[in-house]
Design a protein. Structure first.
Length: 157
């Protein structure tokens, strides 16, 4: 069997990549998730986040809009659940990979939002229904910019 130089480099660098991942996982802040206990898709999103290695403190609230207002989530960006991680807000079905990118790049922003509840976003998977195209928005106050674009679970840009 012949091993290419590229394959050899991947194998030799794997321990360093794994230890870096463990270190960043250990240093990742705990996420507080606010959700309504009757919302199934919120539970699906929490499962997605936990599967990605985030530690969570889930708090059930009856008055979600009151909490969103208290935290500063603009009404036009609202979805069904809200989370806080470090100094950032997360609104709606934000993919775990984008949360990691947010924490790695540390932009000057309030947080990330996926407004409404797009089909195919994490926690909103619906068997037999084509996924929606949606944007993950970086926001600061009422200003937004596109952080990423997805169709279902697939990142487009």
């Amino acid at each position: 069997m012949v091993i290419s130089r590229r394959s050899l480099m991947v194998v030799l660098s794997a321990p360093a990549l794994l230890s870096t991942g463990r270190r960043s996982l250990a240093n990742r802040p705990r996420m507080v998730v606010y959700r309504d206990e009757n919302c199934g898709c919120c539970g699906g999103w929490v499962n997605h986040i936990q599967a990605a290695g985030f530690e969570t403190d889930v708090q059930m609230l009856a008055q979600m809009n009151r909490k969103k207002t208290e935290l500063g989530v603009p009404p036009e960006l609202r979805s069904c659940h809200t989370a806080v991680i470090g100094s950032y807000l997360l609104e709606g079905h934000v993919p775990a990979g984008e949360i990691l990118r947010l924490l790695d790049t540390r932009p000057y922003a309030t947080g990330l939002a996926v407004p409404r509840m797009p089909v195919g976003s994490p926690g909103m998977e619906v068997e037999g229904v084509d996924p929606d195209r949606y944007e993950v928005l970086l926001f600061h106050g009422s200003r937004t910019s596109v952080f990423a674009t997805y169709v279902g679970a697939e990142r487009q840009s």
